[in-house]
Design a binder for this molecule. Structure first.
Ligand SMILES: Nc1ncnc2c1ncn2[C@@H]1O[C@H](COP(=O)(O)OP(=O)(O)OP(=O)(O)O)[C@@H](O)[C@H]1O
Ligand SMILES: [Mg+2]
Length: 260
């Protein structure tokens, strides 16, 4: 049993089938990529997993329990963390306070059970350590609406990590990061996975996807058209067709080369 099981999920918006019988898993200690062209249904899958979107049919299981009907906050409490494609930080708060708010929300009335995330000294130190870990400590006192986009992406990650997720859903986390920041980000993802976190990532940067993902699922028009490790995905003709929009692809043309 995987930590997250998406089972035969369908999402229809009127006449549009955004997700079409998608089945895939994500597991602890594993970095899983969910890729596909624009409009393929990736963010909609994330919304179904995090609870923002009720599927038309199908099920979501997390830690072996059916969570299909659970609201967002209950899933978050049980360890589903996410970042958003559109940045969602509180603009008028500092970077540090944005992370603190996320930790407070997670702690809620039971915060005293988790002194490492509370507002006491150990909680404050944990927040500083988290800012340092994602590489944004120097921005701690800046307002969130004044920081560069790449830094704001890392703030999103820090806010998600403050909730101590078992599963981390990352929606295009590297957009806005430069090459050096992206490399550091990839290393951080590998560290988080090695600590047992399950990471499910939607990402258009194929170099990053191919470098860090253990397993990749490819969505096209809502349907999973391929699943496998990076080498399998790179050489899959259906994947190459989906990205290129036509079938005549040289045998040795990789997805990475084709879409870069
Ligand atoms: N709330 C909605 N109402 C109607 N249609 C929607 C809604 N959300 C998404 N869609 C449609 O569902 C399809 C999948 O959208 P989705 O945002 O999941 O794609 P995506 O793979 O995340 O794309 P991108 O790479 O551009 O972020 C698209 O055709 C989109 O227009
Ligand atoms: Mg999207």
């Amino acid at each position: 049993m995987a930590l997250l099981e998406v089972d035969d999920v369908v999402v229809k918006f009127g006449g549009v089938t955004a997700v079409n019988h998608a089945t895939f898993t994500a597991d602890s200690g594993v970095i899983t990529g969910l890729i596909g062209p624009n409009g393929a249904g990736k963010t909609t899958c994330f919304n179904v997993i995090s609870g923002l979107q009720r599927p038309t049919s199908g099920r979501v299981r997390f830690t072996g329990r059916s969570v299909t009907r659970w609201p967002v906050h209950r899933r978050a409490k049980h360890g589903v963390g996410r970042t958003f494609q559109r940045l969602e930080a509180f603009g008028s708060l500092t970077v540090r306070d944005n992370v603190r708010v996320a930790a407070d929300i997670q702690g809620g009335p039971l915060a005293w059970l988790r002194p490492d995330l509370g507002s006491g000294r150990s909680g404050r130190l944990a927040i500083e350590a988290l800012l340092d870990r994602v590489g944004i400590a120097e921005y701690a006192d800046e307002r969130a609406d004044s920081i560069p986009t790449g830094t704001a992406r890392l703030l999103e990650l820090a806010r998600a990590l403050a909730c101590d997720p078992k599963l981390l859903l990352l929606d295009e986390p590297s957009s806005g990061l430069d090459e050096t920041e992206t490399d550091a980000f990839g290393d951080l993802l590998k560290d988080l996975a090695s600590e047992g976190c399950a990471i499910l990532m939607v990402e258009h940067d194929m170099d990053l996807v191919m470098a860090v993902c253990d397993e990749i699922h490819v969505l096209d028009f809502g349907t999973i058209i391929a699943s496998g490790d990076p080498a399998e995905i790179r050489n899959d003709p259906a994947v190459q067709r989906a990205y290129l929009g036509y079938a005549e692809v040289e045998d040795d043309t990789s997805v990475m080369e084709a879409i870069s």
